[in-house]
Design a protein around this ligand. Structure first.
Ligand code: AMP
Ligand code: ZN
Length: 464
């Protein structure tokens, strides 16, 4: 498998620490608000990576955190904890906010067919691990106490800026726009491991520590959770490109200082999804969420299809016209697949030749767009019988996860559809239009269109 590594700025041959096994970590969401479709593009990228590794025969163990404390609005040490911002906005406790947005996140995550990581751990559940790490960093003199907080001293490392091409001058946190200078720091790029005083006011979540009551910084969460659940050697760690600095740079610094050896070999970063105004941001305007797309009648997998048509290391611009285009191409693809008759015997020669073509593309730094071209070539190849085609499509779909083979029994299960229609009629009678619309959308996603007539609700299979 060839994978671009942000650490070396090269496409490299992927070799895990232990043969046949991969330990992989994904930075999870900050659950102070809904995750937008930009965040979800990042998780689709990680899902494709995990599925590709599994397709190639690796046994993957993947962990992901849920950030429910410590992520400040600046992404560094100034500003306010994002959970505190949400509390004020919604008049709820931090844990109520976290619970609500964690559930919303996984609902969208799963409707995009993203596999649930083996380990999912909220930052607030691993405080003992961060304390243990910080104690050792203090002992080893990589950390210091100043102004009440515990800071990591970046000058103790030969090269703190390993992930960012050693561009120290451009990367100093203190000189970045909008970031306050902190007089308690020895070096302006030092970062907080544990807050005890300066961000103390009104902070709801506080824990006892050897240095008084406080709470952890954002970066220590991911190092702590990764080392606790995946061990001292990690194969792949990833996130969006905005995580490279300072978040992942700080993770490397503190993890390697704590462990005393190299920690993670491959750093995987997904480029951003932009909206037409530039970077998609959770903080302004209407949230473009997967749930919103569903409410507008889109199939979430059309969005997944749109993402797979571009490369994860290229920016992608979202617009409704691009999504309409993707949805129409995706539905046509499904219809073409549905029309294939399952006839003939498995043609092993054709099967392995197409499968190899497919593998060549996905193992080449996850070239999903070219892997989709292999699928299109297969569809128009008259030399390959229907049964072989369907077996190949089923197999490719282990990576694409686009529900390419529709369960005919579900689509044409008249009884189930009838009972959903009755539920919708009932909802309309009770003026619960939200429920009525959600049933209509649910059926649309499954390829069934409802038609309201004077004689009652009828339905047809879309595309027939
Ligand atoms: P957050 O919830 O803000 O911690 O972000 C969750 C993940 O989404 C992080 O790994 C970010 O790097 C990633 N991310 C944020 N914005 C975008 C975007 N516009 N496109 C793709 N990924 C993003
Ligand atoms: Zn992280």
């Amino acid at each position: 498998m060839k994978l671009y590594n942000t650490l070396t700025k090269k496409i490299e041959n992927f070799i895990p620490n232990e043969e046949g096994k991969v330990k992989m970590y994904t930075c999870g969401p900050t659950v102070y608000h809904y995750a937008h479709i930009g965040n979800m593009r990042n998780y689709i990228g990680h899902d494709i990576l995990e599925r590709t590794l599994e397709y190639l025969g690796y046994d993957v163990t993947r962990a992901m955190n849920i950030t429910d404390v410590g992520h400040l609005t600046s992404d560094s040490d100034s500003g306010e904890d994002k959970m505190e911002v949400a509390k004020k906005r919604e008049n709820k406790t931090a844990m109520e906010i976290a619970k609500f947005y964690t559930e919303a996140f996984f609902k969208d995550f799963q409707s995009l067919n993203c596999k649930m990581p083996d380990i999912i751990s909220p930052a607030t559940e691993n405080i003992d691990m961060y304390i243990k790490m910080i104690e050792r960093l203090l002992e080893k003199d990589y950390a210091y106490i100043s102004g009440g907080n515990i800071y990591f001293d970046i000058s103790k490392l030969d090269d703190y800026y390993v992930l960012t091409n050693h561009q120290e001058d451009k990367m100093v946190v203190g000189v970045r726009e909008g970031v306050e200078v902190d007089d308690s720091k020895r070096n302006q790029s030092d970062f907080v491991l544990w807050f005890t005083t300066s961000k103390f006011e009104n902070h709801e979540l506080l824990w006892d520590s050897p240095w008084g009551k406080g709470y952890p910084g954002w970066h220590i969460e991911c190092s702590g959770i990764s080392i606790k659940y995946l061990g001292d050697h990690l194969d792949i760690h990833g996130g969006g490109v905005d995580n490279i600095f300072p978040h992942h740079t700080n993770e490397i610094a503190q993890s390697e200082a704590y462990l005393g050896h190299k920690w993670c070999n491959y750093w995987f970063h997904n480029e951003h999804l932009l909206d037409e105004s530039g970077k998609m941001s959770k903080s302004n305007g209407e949230f473009l969420t997967v749930t919103l797309l569903k409410e507008k009648g889109y199939d979430p997998l059309s969005f997944r299809f749109m993402c797979l048509n571009s490369h994860y290391r290229k920016q992608l611009v979202f617009s409704y016209s691009a999504l309409n285009q993707a949805e129409s191409t995706y539905k046509k693809l499904l219809n073409r697949i549905e029309a294939i008759e399952d006839i003939g015997e498995l043609d092993e020669g054709e099967f392995s030749s197409y499968n190899e073509d497919f593998i060549d593309n996905i193992r080449n730094d996850l070239n999903t767009a070219n892997a989709l071209s292999v699928l299109y070539e297969l569809l128009k190849d008259d030399q390959v019988n229907g049964h072989t085609k369907l077996e190949l499509i089923k197999k490719f779909d282990k990576v694409f996860a686009l529900n390419l083979i529709r369960e005919k029994s579900v689509a044409s299960n008249d009884e189930e559809i009838r009972s959903l229609i009755e539920k919708r009629d009932e909802a309309k009678k009770n003026k619960d239009f939200e429920l009525a619309d959600s049933i209509r959308n649910e059926l649309k996603i499954r390829g069934i269109e409802l038609i309201d007539t004077r004689e009652g609700t009828k339905y047809k299979i879309i595309g027939e």
